[in-house]
Ligand binder design. Structure first.
Ligand SMILES: *Cc1c(COP(=O)(O)O)cnc(C)c1O
Length: 380
């Protein structure tokens, strides 16, 4: 590690814990005027002025036309499936956060787990067809770590078999490919604005819709199924984003470019400093033209001095809290195991990745000396 200066002046920061993420928060005083507006108007929810403003502002920022805000990403996933009347079986990735598959169970849909591609860590299009049955109605891929899925290959399969595609795009805020936002692909895309995500509204989420009609349907479903004061057309949920979260989102949008730029810098530093450490492999981008650097996953390969869990523990002993994300696979959780037959044999890439992966701390406030301290610990 010749390019890494030992940190001798580190007394002031050596002992402080470093967490895998730290939510981005603008200066508190900037939020007060937003609160005053809410207090003056006394509209707290039900699609109030900030809710409307944020839907418009996010559409503009992301270059999309129709966005329906939600209280969180999980309710948005559950509602997306209902909006398209998805039933039976849905093909999805085992290498994801558990909410992806939970949203299927909340709709009494059977998740069918298909292996991931070793390069992108996204659903492997070549393995999808073999998992299609007469009960299959949709594919729910995940843009893992904000790296785009092979959207064209997935769409082709969906067209051939007349399946819907709902992207779990919880990691993919702001990511673009040649044609613009990757959120425009598929029938619907679902975002999360949870505190740990690149763009946060404390809790929050959204569905990206292809047209105004679909958004209207989704707006009804997130408000108990009301279409007007006296008409309820579905067992809709209460999935509405409150005014306080929407107002916070308006403020966050003013800081998002700065936050993304910092993530980009941190990613570049990590890549440079980790490049020479044997057995540590950084995950490459998947062809996006604009990335969001939402996570910094590494794979701990056999050439490294210890295994993934060994490194995870060593970091922890030094107050550095990385995250085994995603481990275990969703299909390995006891409650999912009974749903999947012999899945281990069918999911070799996902299984191996879950065994090797470690997400290192990344957030806009992470300092250069923090990164040095993390890399030194890995290089030991
Ligand atoms: C965060 C996340 C969700 C859930 O979003 P919430 O807003 O926390 O409900 C779903 N899928 C993935 C891949 C996520 O990372």
């Amino acid at each position: 590690m010749s390019n890494l200066q030992p940190v001798h002046d580190a007394a002031m920061h050596l002992d402080g814990p470093i967490y895998v993420t730290q939510p981005y928060l603008p200066p508190l005083e900037e939020f007060i005027p937003y609160l005053e507006k809410i207090w003056n108007k006394k509209v707290l929810t039900n699609g109030g002025p900030f809710h409307q403003q944020l839907e418009k502002a996010l559409s503009d920022y992301l270059g999309l036309e129709h966005i329906a805000l939600f209280a969180n990403g999980t309710l948005a996933l559950v509602t997306a499936l209902q909006a398209l009347r998805i039933t039976g079986e849905v093909i999805t990735a085992p290498y994801s956060f558990v909410a992806t598959a939970h949203s299927l169970l909340w709709n009494s849909i059977k998740p069918v787990f298909v292996d991931i591609d070793p390069k992108t860590l996204n659903l492997d299009p070549e393995k999808i067809e073999a998992a299609i049955t007469p009960q299959t109605t949709a594919i729910m891929p995940v843009h893992c770590y904000g790296h785009p899925c092979d959207v064209e290959a997935i769409q082709k399969i969906a067209d051939n078999y007349n399946l819907k595609v709902i992207y779990d795009a919880a990691h993919a805020f702001g990511v673009q490919d040649q044609g613009g936002s990757i959120l425009r692909h598929g029938d619907l895309s679902v975002l999360s604005f949870h505190a740990t995500k690149v763009f946060n509204t404390f809790e929050g989420g959204a569905i990206v819709c292809p047209d105004a009609k679909t958004k209207l349907r989704i707006d009804h479903l997130k408000n108990f199924g009301f279409v007007d004061e006296v008409t309820v057309v579905a067992a809709g949920i209460n999935g509405k984003m409150s005014e306080i979260n929407a107002a916070f989102g308006m403020l966050q949008l003013q800081h998002i470019d700065h936050a993304l730029a910092r993530r980009r810098e941190i990613t570049a530093i990590y890549r440079e400093l980790l490049a020479d450490i044997e057995g540590i492999r950084c995950i490459e981008d998947a062809g996006e033209t604009v990335a969001n650097y939402s996570y910094f996953p590494i794979l701990v390969e056999s050439g490294y001095g210890t295994n993934r869990d060994g490194l995870y523990e060593r970091l922890k002993e030094q107050g550095i809290f990385s995250r085994r994300y995603f481990y275990p696979l969703i299909s390995d959780f006891p409650m999912y195991r009974s749903l999947v037959s012999a899945h281990r044999d069918n999911l070799p890439v996902a299984t191996e990745t879950a065994r090797k992966v470690l997400c290192l701390p990344i957030y806009p406030g992470l300092q250069h000396h923090d990164i040095q301290r993390i890399v030194e610990c890995i290089a030991q």
